[in-house]
Design a protein around this ligand. Structure first.
Ligand code: NAP
Ligand code: MG
Length: 504
């Protein structure tokens, strides 16, 4: 809970931080070999937070070699699972103990509210690391049901050197969704954080070392996507590349794999999630409230953002009235103020891109019924008001392109079959929702929607026990749950022929 600290407390704590922007390779904080740096600014007020090492091909080479050496030596991969578990449990404990610093860095770096960093992101990160730590001495291999004279063992083995490339919307959590299962299964990792949010990734790697992870097992290379990301994607000695980010960049990594060593690629990509409020839903106001809260959560910088609200005509007026009322409760403010209800967007470039969709909406014939403007609660910051578009048709750009900001489109339909058709008329397939009190409709619609996640009468339910990922151009492979372990392991089949008659 953030309750004990006020805006003034957090402001003082923020001023006292001196983040270290050097990368972490082979257990050491290091500058880029070129000596180059870039400035990291806070979208809260534009202040400079740190100089971050701008790494390149040579630094990636060093990091991959360190990861390879540590993997081949067996210093981590060959430890008994129970020992890996203990180190990762220590890691989770250290994250919890450094929660205040990590939450503050996350907020300063990418603009989300401190209350969310403390109450949502940090506990989710601790839970993720401890969940995968706990899992790893409880997952058994298999003996296949073969003929009597042979034994066939089916075992999981670590991939080897794993690269993870992640975005800025949940910097710590997106990193740990990949790094935790990769480490738990014995891999050595090279993490590339988003250019806008390197600071918590670096601190997490410091803490992993302090928890007892051997040097070289978890490296962080900072820098630009087309430089560091590209070098990892094309590297001949990276065995797997696991990416969370846009569909555009996901496609690039698939190409990199094809152009290099056909490394295994896992993609958690964008979304344009349909959210169906049907006339068979009894509490329409509740459905609309939860929907708007989900759309504006984290400034709408959510891959699962329910950005297409598809509503049956008979209930649309009530839905729209509630959406507007909820939008008015999301007031962009200083992210360090525990009373703020909405934070800053990640940077000026992104805020300008998001605002461009207001013009697009006008050009395509939609109507802005809330927001549609910049805000400036703190000078120098990147704030956008929660925005609702009405009279949207599914062919408009605001209904097809991922905005990744606090913008929601209302699409009115005449019946359930039209709602499902519109829901599926997208290249994406990440999340979706349906609001209904008719059990048959709930089952039928959730089967018909082509998406990796379907929420019935809720949104953004979450638990480490469930897989997360998309259909179609929202990606391949799953984060979270035991299914995530499939990404970071290869299956090996070992046949053992038994000599006849030995045991009589
Ligand atoms: P992004 O532009 O795709 O960047 C993601 C990562 O890829 C960053 O580390 C970025 O580095 C790197 N990158 C960018 N261009 C690259 C290139 N040409 N080659 C190699 N690497 C490159 O995405 P973003 O703007 O950070 O995040 C928003 C996107 O992430 C949205 O599309 C959202 O839906 C998606 N997302 C998906 C999920 C999911 O689980 N499905 C979760 C969260 C977010 P730089 O920062 O240095 O450019
Ligand atoms: Mg930043």
């Amino acid at each position: 809970m953030t309750a004990p600290f006020t805006l003034s407390d957090w402001t003082t704590k923020a001023a006292a931080l001196t983040p270290d922007g050097r990368g972490l390779i082979d257990g050491q904080r290091v500058d880029a070999l070129s000596g180059e740096v870039f400035a990291s600014h806070s979208p809260m007020d534009g202040r400079q937070l740190a100089q971050i090492a701008r790494m390149g091909d040579a630094d990636v080479e060093r990091a991959v070699q360190a990861a390879r050496r540590s993997f081949d030596s067996g210093v981590w991969a060959d430890r008994p699972p129970a020992e890996r578990k203990r180190v990762l449990q220590n890691f989770a404990l250290l994250i919890e103990q450094h929660g205040e610093e990590l939450s503050l860095l996350e907020t300063l770096d990418m603009g989300k509210m401190i209350s969310d960093s403390v109450d949502i992101d940090l506990p989710a990160v601790v839970d993720c690391v401890s969940w995968f730590a706990e899992s790893i001495d409880k997952v058994y291999d298999e003996v296949a049901p073969t003929a009597k004279d042979v034994v066939a063992l089916v075992t999981r083995e670590a991939l080897g050197v794993v690269a993870a490339v992640v975005p800025w919307n949940f910097p710590m959590l997106m990193a740990m969704w990949k790094v935790a299962p990769a480490l738990a299964t014995g891999n050595s990792v090279v993490l590339k954080p988003a250019e806008q949010s390197s600071l918590t990734a670096l601190r997490l790697a410091d803490l992993a070392l302090a928890a007892g992870l051997p040097p070289g097992v978890f490296n962080v290379v900072t820098g630009m996507g087309p430089e560091v990301g590209r070098a990892l994607g094309l590297h001949m000695d990276v065995d797997g590349l696991f990416f969370t980010g846009s569909t555009r960049v996901g496609r690039i990594f698939s190409e990199h794999a094809a152009q290099s060593n056909l490394k295994k690629v896992g993609l958690e990509l964008g979304g344009k999630s349909p959210n169906l409020i049907l006339s068979s839903c009894h509490d329409v106001a509740h459905a609309a409230r939860v929907s708007a809260e989900a759309a504006f959560f984290n400034q709408g910088e959510m891959c699962t953002c329910p950005s297409r609200l598809i509503v049956e005509r008979s209930v649309r007026d009530e839905v729209v009235e509630t959406l507007k009322a909820v939008a008015a409760e999301f007031i962009p403010g200083n992210p360090l103020d525990p009373n703020t209800t909405m934070g800053a967007l990640v940077d000026e470039t992104h805020a300008a891109r998001v605002m461009g969709f207001v013009d697009t909406a006008h050009q395509d014939g939609a109507r802005v019924i809330a927001g549609g403007e910049r805000k400036s609660p703190v000078a120098g910051g990147s704030y956008v008001a929660p925005t609702i578009f009405d009279d949207v048709t599914n062919d408009m750009r605001i209904a097809q392109e991922e905005i990744f900001g606090p913008m929601l489109s209302v699409i009115t339909v005449d019946d359930v079959s039209e709602a499902v058709r519109v829901a599926n008329d997208t290249v994406y397939g990440l999340a979706s929702a349906v609001w209904t009190d008719d059990l048959s409709v709930a089952h039928q619609v959730s089967k018909q929607i082509r998406a990796g996640l379907v929420y019935v009468n809720c949104y953004d339910c979450d638990d480490m026990t469930t897989p997360f990922g998309g259909f179609k151009q929202s990606g391949s492979g799953r984060d979270k749950s035991l299914h995530a372990l499939d990404k970071y392991t290869e299956l090996k089949t070992t046949w053992i022929q038994l000599s006849p008659g030995r045991a009589g």
